[in-house]
Design a protein around this ligand. Structure first.
Ligand SMILES: [Zn+2]
Length: 112
């Protein structure tokens, strides 16, 4: 199951994730909701060592993934060996705890 929704501008076709009030390309305010395909490839990544409170790991790898339909999104990578272009499957999982509540975010795991 995927709860990821991206927004496609009805005027110019520009795809945004997450949503914005106006199209970042043409300023239009009418959008169609589309569901990104759940697989994509890794475009770029970075490892973060200074993590906020509420995260137990010593470091995390954050990546930008391009889905098969062209939507790009940033999320947590569940791998210790990220490689550019690697195939990933998207999920929606708790990524940290703030004030006792789980906060959900995009998570990407390598496709085996
Ligand atoms: Zn537009």
């Amino acid at each position: 199951m995927s709860e990821i929704t991206a927004y496609k501008c009805q005027a110019c076709g520009y795809v945004m994730y997450p949503s914005h009030y106006r199209c970042l390309h043409c300023g239009n305010r009418e959008f169609d909701e589309i569901a990104p395909s759940e697989r994509g490839k890794l475009l770029t990544y970075t490892e973060i060592w200074n993590l906020p409170w509420g995260i137990d790991e010593r470091s995390r790898v954050i990546g930008v993934v391009e889905f098969d339909n062209g939507v790009k999104a940033m999320g947590l990578l569940k791998t210790d060996a990220p490689k550019l272009g690697m195939k990933l499957a998207a999920g929606w999982e708790p990524v940290r705890v703030i004030g006792g509540e789980e906060v959900y975010g995009l998570v990407f795991a390598p496709v085996k």
